[in-house]
Design a protein around this ligand. Structure first.
Ligand SMILES: Nc1ncnc2c1ncn2[C@@H]1O[C@H](COP(=O)(O)OP(=O)(O)OP(=O)(O)O)[C@@H](O)[C@H]1O
Length: 589
């Protein structure tokens, strides 16, 4: 049997053996990598995306993808034997053998294409499913335990969470697949083509020393050396790429702020200031881009130089044996192919290093974000006891972010159907107290709060939020029935009759409606929500006094048994509250 026949018939066994070898090696590598920081971060992230049922499915998918990948490598190897036969048949002027090898070459090309298409499809399906899962994990974590709010209040790391959820997650998955695929391909191809080259390589004489199969040693030593040099040149890129993501996120955030505060900026005429800010942020990006450019030009220059320099080598090394009649032209051709494939496979990590630096940064960012969303450690936590009637604050103390006391020892009690007006100087902590009562104060809080369950409390901020969608949907946010029979009447009662015929219109209602209209909508929501406790944070600050009076009267009439706690500076609010608490005079620290 000729060499190519041995290789062809041995393919099924080779596939089985190599698959077993890959599984075993992967298990060992995974075990070793899991001890490193990178491995721990990766395991944490992928562990979150795996359900017990999903593990089996993913296991099968990965095995399927590995088999296709090994088939690709094997077809590449077979193709070198086929083209060896093709060239050798030309040298031997053997027409029949020539056509036989030409047909077999065409067959290998067809199979390779078919295999490649299936492989590509599987890769993409895997990426889509994974990104679906990772996205839901990230969004779930962000919204869980009010992390979106807590992290926003804490106002430091992690930065640009939107970017992490939207961009980092997608890129991370894409690069993981590319990286694992490339690694596997590189290792198996290296072994396979080293084996092919081993059979073709003769004795290499260097400095008077004869090295059997010298060419194989030569390519291994050089590529490994080059990989280390490339890693040394590219190492700073990890930090620069991390910075790049962060700086771009910051720049985008500044642009979004400009859009969101367009009106204030326009009234102040703050364009020049904004431009300076944006320019400064963009200059940071540019400075970092230059650092990346310098380093990556060095890295890709080195990679190019190495790849080009090593290309001619196999012909030069095999030429003396061809002229001595020891090998045929087909062998030289196969040597060139095998050498190139081996060199490419071994160089994978060197070439991938630059992308790997960005990949590493992305993994760190996602990992950092997810870690921050884990159960927060709050040394000082308000003791919240659910009760069905009334509300009581007992020795409640709030702390600032620097640990200082913001409000100290507040105690007060409300009965069902009563109302409390909280007053005090600006910055004294009135809103913070409401936040604490809603479980939203992140900087520490002690004491005991006896309050009805969370589902029976409605917090109404000064500037109510309007979600995207129709006006009806926005008014009924978050869980009022959109077909509520009293919806239009309530709008009328709140002096919003002009909005009734626009209920099903989609618009940016947050921007379109005036602050006073938004506050009246907030009252609409309150009237339609059967809560036991209403927490109003300056909810009438944009309204005239008659409307304010009307809305409070409506609230009392509609919810006679509910407790209303309001914050406000105006004395016009006094008649609508049965109790008063002046934080500024008594407890503000
Ligand atoms: N996210 C935050 N990080 C750090 N400090 C904060 C944060 N939010 C509020 N504070 C601080 O807590 C203090 C109380 O703020 P709060 O909004 O409760 O005051 P307030 O009495 O409601 O003021 P105003 O009457 O002006 O609305 C302020 O000094 C404020 O700077």
């Amino acid at each position: 049997m000729q060499k190519w026949q041995i290789e062809l018939y041995g393919t099924p066994l080779w596939l089985l053996q190599t698959l077993a070898g890959v599984c075993l090696t992967a298990a060992v590598i995974l075990f070793l990598v899991s001890k490193t920081r990178f491995g721990k971060e990766f395991a944490y992230l992928s562990g979150l995306c795996l359900t017990p049922k999903g593990r089996l499915k993913i296991g099968f998918a990965i095995i399927g993808m590995t088999v296709l990948l090994l088939t690709e490598v094997r077809l590449n190897v077979l193709s070198t034997f086929m083209s060896n036969g093709l060239y050798s048949s030309m040298q031997d002027l053997n027409l029949q053998a020539f056509w036989q090898f030409a047909a077999m070459n065409a067959g290998v090309v067809l199979l390779r294409t078919f295999n490649g298409v299936i492989n590509d499809f599987l890769d993409q399906s895997f990426a889509i499913k994974w990104s679906q899962r990772l996205n839901s994990v990230l969004v779930e974590r962000w919204l869980a335990q009010k992390n979106y709010y807590r992290l926003h209040m804490l106002r430091h790391e992690p930065d640009n969470i939107d970017q992490r959820i939207q961009q980092d997650a997608q890129d991370f998955i894409k690069s993981t697949i590319e990286f694992i695929r490339g690694m596997l391909n590189s290792v198996v191809s290296s072994l396979e083509f080293a084996f092919v080259l081993w059979g073709l390589a003769g004795i290499l004489t260097m400095f008077g020393v004869n090295i059997p199969h010298g060419m194989v040693w030569f390519v291994f030593i050089f590529v490994i050396l080059a990989t280390f040099i490339a890693m040394w040149i590219g190492n700073p890129l990890i930090r620069f790429n991390y910075e790049n993501e962060k700086l771009n996120g910051d720049y985008r955030y500044s642009l979004i702020r400009l859009r969101d505060h367009a009106e204030s900026i326009a009234f102040y005429g703050g364009e020049q200031h904004e431009q300076q800010q944006l320019n400064a942020r963009f200059s940071d990006i540019v400075r970092n881009r230059w650092r990346i450019a310098r380093q990556s030009v060095g890295l890709s220059g080195f990679n190019d130089m190495f790849s080009n320099a090593i290309q001619l080598l196999p012909i030069i090394l095999q030429a003396p044996r061809l002229f001595a009649g020891q090998i045929k032209i087909g062998d030289v051709q196969q040597t060139v192919q095998a050498f190139a494939r081996l060199q490419k496979a071994l160089s994978f990590f060197r070439m991938f290093y630059e992308s790997f630096t960005a990949y590493r940064a992305r993994l760190e960012r996602l990992h950092g974000f997810l870690r921050r969303t884990e159960t927060p450690h709050e040394p000082r936590k308000l003791n919240i006891r659910p009760i069905s009637d009334g509300l009581r604050l007992h020795n409640v103390t709030l702390y600032r972010n620097n640990g200082e006391i913001l409000i100290s020892n507040i105690s007060t009690e409300l009965k069902t159907g009563s109302s409390l007006l909280i007053k005090g100087p600006s910055g004294c902590g009135k809103t913070s107290l409401l936040r604490a009562m809603a479980g939203l104060w992140p900087f520490g809080c002690t004491g005991t709060l006896y309050i009805p369950p969370h589902s029976e409390i409605l917090f109404v901020p000064q500037r109510p939020y309007m979600p995207q969608g129709s006006l009806r949907h926005a008014i009924c946010y978050p869980n009022i029935c959109e077909q509520h029979p009293a919806l239009t009447d309530t709008l009328r009662q709140c002096r919003l009759e002009h909005l009734i015929d626009k209920l099903d219109r989609h618009d940016d209602w947050q921007q379109k409606l005036s602050p006073g209209e938004l506050q009246r909508i907030a009252f609409c929501r309150s009237l339609l929500t059967p809560a036991k406790v209403f927490l109003f944070d300056e909810t009438t600050s944009a309204l005239d006094e008659p409307t304010e009076a009307l809305l409070y009267q409506l609230m009392r009439a509609k919810h006679p048994d509910s407790m209303i706690i309001s914050i406000g500076h105006r004395s016009s609010l006094n008649p609508f509250h049965t109790q008063h608490l002046d934080i500024g005079q008594t407890t503000c620290s």
